[in-house]
Ligand binder design. Structure first.
Ligand code: PAF
Length: 277
Protein backbone atom coordinates (compact mmCIF):
# COMPACT_ATOMS: atom_id res chain seq x y z
CA UNK A 1 0.00 0.00 0.00
CA UNK A 2 1.36 3.39 -0.98
CA UNK A 3 0.54 6.58 0.95
CA UNK A 4 0.84 9.79 -1.08
CA UNK A 5 0.31 13.43 -0.20
CA UNK A 6 0.40 15.31 -3.50
CA UNK A 7 -1.84 15.50 -6.55
CA UNK A 8 1.13 14.96 -8.87
CA UNK A 9 2.02 11.70 -7.09
CA UNK A 10 -1.57 10.41 -7.48
CA UNK A 11 -1.56 11.38 -11.17
CA UNK A 12 1.76 9.62 -11.80
CA UNK A 13 0.50 6.41 -10.17
CA UNK A 14 -2.90 6.61 -11.87
CA UNK A 15 -1.28 6.83 -15.33
CA UNK A 16 0.37 3.47 -14.78
CA UNK A 17 -2.82 1.68 -13.67
CA UNK A 18 -4.56 -0.56 -16.17
CA UNK A 19 -8.07 -1.86 -15.63
CA UNK A 20 -10.86 -0.55 -13.43
CA UNK A 21 -9.98 1.80 -10.58
CA UNK A 22 -12.28 1.95 -7.54
CA UNK A 23 -12.22 5.11 -5.43
CA UNK A 24 -13.43 5.56 -1.85
CA UNK A 25 -13.35 9.20 -0.67
CA UNK A 26 -13.39 9.52 3.14
CA UNK A 27 -12.73 12.01 5.91
CA UNK A 28 -10.88 9.36 7.89
CA UNK A 29 -11.52 8.07 11.42
CA UNK A 30 -12.62 4.95 9.60
CA UNK A 31 -15.22 2.46 10.80
CA UNK A 32 -16.78 -0.72 9.41
CA UNK A 33 -18.97 1.39 7.10
CA UNK A 34 -15.91 2.74 5.28
CA UNK A 35 -14.19 -0.64 5.27
CA UNK A 36 -17.27 -2.22 3.68
CA UNK A 37 -16.97 0.33 0.84
CA UNK A 38 -13.32 -0.59 0.31
CA UNK A 39 -14.08 -4.33 0.45
CA UNK A 40 -16.79 -3.97 -2.18
CA UNK A 41 -14.50 -1.82 -4.33
CA UNK A 42 -11.81 -4.51 -3.95
CA UNK A 43 -14.13 -7.12 -5.50
CA UNK A 44 -15.16 -4.95 -8.45
CA UNK A 45 -11.89 -3.23 -9.52
CA UNK A 46 -8.26 -4.04 -10.15
CA UNK A 47 -6.90 -1.13 -8.09
CA UNK A 48 -8.30 0.77 -5.09
CA UNK A 49 -7.56 4.37 -4.21
CA UNK A 50 -8.84 5.78 -0.90
CA UNK A 51 -8.62 9.45 0.08
CA UNK A 52 -8.50 10.70 3.64
CA UNK A 53 -9.19 14.40 3.87
CA UNK A 54 -11.25 16.36 6.40
CA UNK A 55 -12.61 18.89 3.95
CA UNK A 56 -12.92 22.29 5.67
CA UNK A 57 -15.29 23.75 3.06
CA UNK A 58 -18.14 21.39 3.92
CA UNK A 59 -18.25 22.46 7.58
CA UNK A 60 -20.19 25.54 8.68
CA UNK A 61 -18.47 28.12 10.93
CA UNK A 62 -20.23 26.71 14.02
CA UNK A 63 -19.70 23.06 13.10
CA UNK A 64 -17.18 20.51 14.36
CA UNK A 65 -14.32 20.89 11.83
CA UNK A 66 -11.64 21.43 14.49
CA UNK A 67 -13.00 18.69 16.75
CA UNK A 68 -13.65 16.17 13.95
CA UNK A 69 -11.87 12.96 15.02
CA UNK A 70 -8.59 12.17 13.26
CA UNK A 71 -6.25 9.16 13.61
CA UNK A 72 -4.19 8.62 10.48
CA UNK A 73 -2.03 5.75 11.79
CA UNK A 74 -5.06 3.74 12.82
CA UNK A 75 -6.79 4.49 9.48
CA UNK A 76 -3.76 3.35 7.48
CA UNK A 77 -3.61 0.08 9.44
CA UNK A 78 -7.29 -0.57 8.74
CA UNK A 79 -6.92 0.24 5.03
CA UNK A 80 -3.92 -2.04 4.73
CA UNK A 81 -6.06 -4.80 6.27
CA UNK A 82 -8.76 -4.50 3.60
CA UNK A 83 -6.39 -4.27 0.66
CA UNK A 84 -6.34 -0.60 -0.37
CA UNK A 85 -3.56 0.04 -2.91
CA UNK A 86 -3.10 3.80 -2.71
CA UNK A 87 -4.11 6.21 0.06
CA UNK A 88 -4.20 9.90 -0.85
CA UNK A 89 -3.80 12.17 2.19
CA UNK A 90 -3.65 15.73 0.86
CA UNK A 91 -3.08 18.87 2.89
CA UNK A 92 -5.37 21.92 2.81
CA UNK A 93 -2.71 23.78 0.78
CA UNK A 94 -2.74 20.98 -1.80
CA UNK A 95 -6.54 20.99 -2.16
CA UNK A 96 -7.21 24.71 -1.72
CA UNK A 97 -4.11 26.64 -2.79
CA UNK A 98 -4.05 30.44 -2.40
CA UNK A 99 -6.40 32.11 -4.86
CA UNK A 100 -8.79 29.14 -5.00
CA UNK A 101 -12.13 30.45 -6.26
CA UNK A 102 -14.02 27.81 -8.29
CA UNK A 103 -16.95 25.96 -6.77
CA UNK A 104 -19.41 23.26 -7.80
CA UNK A 105 -22.96 24.24 -6.90
CA UNK A 106 -25.58 21.55 -7.44
CA UNK A 107 -29.01 23.18 -7.35
CA UNK A 108 -32.45 21.97 -6.17
CA UNK A 109 -31.54 18.63 -4.55
CA UNK A 110 -29.24 20.53 -2.16
CA UNK A 111 -31.93 22.96 -1.03
CA UNK A 112 -33.75 20.65 1.39
CA UNK A 113 -32.95 18.62 4.52
CA UNK A 114 -29.17 18.67 5.16
CA UNK A 115 -28.81 21.52 2.67
CA UNK A 116 -31.37 23.64 4.55
CA UNK A 117 -29.89 22.83 7.97
CA UNK A 118 -26.25 23.19 6.88
CA UNK A 119 -25.97 26.07 4.37
CA UNK A 120 -22.94 25.67 2.09
CA UNK A 121 -22.37 22.04 3.13
CA UNK A 122 -23.13 20.48 -0.25
CA UNK A 123 -21.19 23.17 -2.12
CA UNK A 124 -18.16 22.05 -0.14
CA UNK A 125 -18.92 18.35 -0.67
CA UNK A 126 -19.57 18.68 -4.42
CA UNK A 127 -16.46 20.82 -4.92
CA UNK A 128 -14.08 18.50 -3.08
CA UNK A 129 -15.58 15.34 -4.62
CA UNK A 130 -15.37 16.87 -8.12
CA UNK A 131 -11.71 17.78 -7.48
CA UNK A 132 -10.96 14.29 -6.16
CA UNK A 133 -12.70 12.72 -9.17
CA UNK A 134 -10.57 14.82 -11.58
CA UNK A 135 -7.40 13.92 -9.68
CA UNK A 136 -8.08 10.18 -9.25
CA UNK A 137 -10.09 9.57 -12.45
CA UNK A 138 -11.79 6.48 -11.06
CA UNK A 139 -13.92 3.99 -12.98
CA UNK A 140 -16.23 3.63 -9.96
CA UNK A 141 -16.64 5.62 -6.76
CA UNK A 142 -18.18 4.19 -3.59
CA UNK A 143 -20.48 5.99 -1.14
CA UNK A 144 -22.56 4.85 1.84
CA UNK A 145 -26.36 4.95 1.73
CA UNK A 146 -26.16 6.53 5.20
CA UNK A 147 -25.60 9.93 3.53
CA UNK A 148 -28.57 9.56 1.18
CA UNK A 149 -28.70 13.22 0.17
CA UNK A 150 -24.95 13.32 -0.46
CA UNK A 151 -25.43 10.34 -2.80
CA UNK A 152 -28.27 12.14 -4.62
CA UNK A 153 -26.13 15.29 -4.98
CA UNK A 154 -23.11 13.40 -6.30
CA UNK A 155 -25.18 11.37 -8.77
CA UNK A 156 -26.72 14.64 -10.05
CA UNK A 157 -23.27 16.26 -10.37
CA UNK A 158 -21.76 13.26 -12.19
CA UNK A 159 -24.68 13.20 -14.65
CA UNK A 160 -24.80 16.97 -15.17
CA UNK A 161 -21.04 17.35 -15.67
CA UNK A 162 -20.71 14.18 -17.79
CA UNK A 163 -18.04 12.81 -15.50
CA UNK A 164 -18.58 9.24 -16.69
CA UNK A 165 -17.94 7.69 -13.27
CA UNK A 166 -20.14 4.89 -11.93
CA UNK A 167 -21.46 5.75 -8.46
CA UNK A 168 -21.87 2.64 -6.32
CA UNK A 169 -24.08 3.00 -3.24
CA UNK A 170 -23.44 0.56 -0.41
CA UNK A 171 -26.04 -0.19 2.32
CA UNK A 172 -25.58 1.44 5.72
CA UNK A 173 -23.57 -0.62 8.20
CA UNK A 174 -25.18 -0.67 11.66
CA UNK A 175 -24.20 -1.56 15.20
CA UNK A 176 -26.06 -4.56 16.69
CA UNK A 177 -28.74 -2.24 18.15
CA UNK A 178 -29.33 -0.53 14.79
CA UNK A 179 -27.32 2.68 15.28
CA UNK A 180 -25.77 3.62 11.92
CA UNK A 181 -21.98 3.60 12.06
CA UNK A 182 -20.58 7.13 11.94
CA UNK A 183 -17.31 8.77 12.91
CA UNK A 184 -19.39 11.21 14.99
CA UNK A 185 -20.73 8.42 17.26
CA UNK A 186 -17.47 8.89 19.20
CA UNK A 187 -18.93 12.15 20.60
CA UNK A 188 -21.75 10.29 22.42
CA UNK A 189 -21.46 9.54 26.15
CA UNK A 190 -22.92 6.17 27.31
CA UNK A 191 -26.34 7.65 28.10
CA UNK A 192 -26.49 9.47 24.74
CA UNK A 193 -25.26 6.36 22.92
CA UNK A 194 -28.27 4.49 24.34
CA UNK A 195 -30.64 7.34 23.41
CA UNK A 196 -29.24 7.42 19.85
CA UNK A 197 -30.96 4.12 19.04
CA UNK A 198 -34.16 6.20 18.70
CA UNK A 199 -33.14 7.11 15.12
CA UNK A 200 -33.17 3.50 13.95
CA UNK A 201 -36.34 2.78 15.93
CA UNK A 202 -38.14 5.67 14.19
CA UNK A 203 -36.91 4.55 10.77
CA UNK A 204 -38.02 0.99 11.54
CA UNK A 205 -41.51 2.32 12.33
CA UNK A 206 -41.53 4.05 8.93
CA UNK A 207 -40.47 0.86 7.19
CA UNK A 208 -43.06 -1.26 9.03
CA UNK A 209 -45.88 1.16 8.22
CA UNK A 210 -44.83 1.30 4.57
CA UNK A 211 -44.49 -2.50 4.35
CA UNK A 212 -47.98 -2.74 5.88
CA UNK A 213 -49.34 -0.69 2.96
CA UNK A 214 -49.39 2.82 4.47
CA UNK A 215 -48.80 5.34 1.67
CA UNK A 216 -49.76 8.57 3.48
CA UNK A 217 -46.35 10.19 4.05
CA UNK A 218 -47.62 12.65 6.66
CA UNK A 219 -49.05 9.83 8.82
CA UNK A 220 -45.64 8.13 8.77
CA UNK A 221 -43.80 11.39 9.59
CA UNK A 222 -46.19 11.97 12.51
CA UNK A 223 -45.62 8.51 14.00
CA UNK A 224 -41.85 8.82 13.65
CA UNK A 225 -41.94 12.27 15.28
CA UNK A 226 -44.13 11.07 18.16
CA UNK A 227 -41.74 8.22 18.90
CA UNK A 228 -38.61 10.42 18.85
CA UNK A 229 -40.31 12.97 21.13
CA UNK A 230 -40.57 10.27 23.81
CA UNK A 231 -36.75 10.24 24.08
CA UNK A 232 -35.77 13.07 26.47
CA UNK A 233 -32.23 13.48 25.07
CA UNK A 234 -33.41 13.77 21.46
CA UNK A 235 -34.10 17.06 19.67
CA UNK A 236 -35.54 16.71 16.15
CA UNK A 237 -34.00 18.75 13.33
CA UNK A 238 -36.12 17.15 10.59
CA UNK A 239 -38.16 14.03 9.82
CA UNK A 240 -38.69 13.46 6.13
CA UNK A 241 -40.40 11.12 3.69
CA UNK A 242 -39.11 12.22 0.31
CA UNK A 243 -38.60 11.14 -3.27
CA UNK A 244 -35.44 9.00 -3.34
CA UNK A 245 -33.89 10.91 -6.26
CA UNK A 246 -34.95 14.54 -5.85
CA UNK A 247 -35.56 14.48 -2.07
CA UNK A 248 -38.77 16.44 -2.54
CA UNK A 249 -41.19 15.81 0.31
CA UNK A 250 -44.01 13.44 -0.66
CA UNK A 251 -47.69 13.51 0.25
CA UNK A 252 -48.28 10.01 -1.01
CA UNK A 253 -45.61 7.33 -1.45
CA UNK A 254 -46.16 6.10 -4.99
CA UNK A 255 -42.52 5.94 -6.15
CA UNK A 256 -39.14 5.00 -4.61
CA UNK A 257 -38.84 7.05 -1.44
CA UNK A 258 -36.51 7.51 1.49
CA UNK A 259 -37.39 8.09 5.13
CA UNK A 260 -34.67 10.25 6.64
CA UNK A 261 -34.03 12.21 9.79
CA UNK A 262 -31.60 14.44 11.59
CA UNK A 263 -31.74 14.39 15.38
CA UNK A 264 -29.56 16.04 17.97
CA UNK A 265 -28.65 13.73 20.85
CA UNK A 266 -27.21 16.10 23.40
CA UNK A 267 -24.77 18.20 21.36
CA UNK A 268 -24.24 15.59 18.64
CA UNK A 269 -26.24 15.87 15.43
CA UNK A 270 -26.89 12.45 13.89
CA UNK A 271 -28.47 11.59 10.54
CA UNK A 272 -29.85 8.32 9.24
CA UNK A 273 -32.25 7.05 6.60
CA UNK A 274 -34.13 4.04 5.31
CA UNK A 275 -35.02 3.48 1.66
CA UNK A 276 -38.73 2.71 1.10
CA UNK A 277 -38.59 0.91 -2.22
O1 PAF B 1 -18.92 11.41 3.25
C1 PAF B 1 -17.83 11.95 3.53
O2 PAF B 1 -17.04 11.42 4.31
C2 PAF B 1 -17.47 13.27 2.86
O3 PAF B 1 -18.58 14.08 2.69
C3 PAF B 1 -16.71 13.10 1.52
C4 PAF B 1 -17.57 12.41 0.49
C5 PAF B 1 -15.43 12.29 1.76
C6 PAF B 1 -16.32 14.48 0.99
O4 PAF B 1 -15.50 15.15 1.87
Amino acid sequence: MEVVKTISEVRAIRQKLNGAVGFVPTMGYLHQGHLTLVKQARIENSAIIVSIYVNPTQFGPKEDFAAYPRDLDRDLGLLWGVGADIVFVPSDAEMYPPGFSSWVDVEKVTERLEGASRPGHFRGVATVVAKLFYIVQPTRAYFGQKDAQQVAVIKRMVADLNMGIEIVVVPTVRESDGLAMSSRNIYLNPEERQAATILFKALSVAKQLWQGGERDAEKIRRQMTALIQKEPLAQIDYVSIADAETLEELNSIERPAVASLAVRIGKTRLIDNMPLE
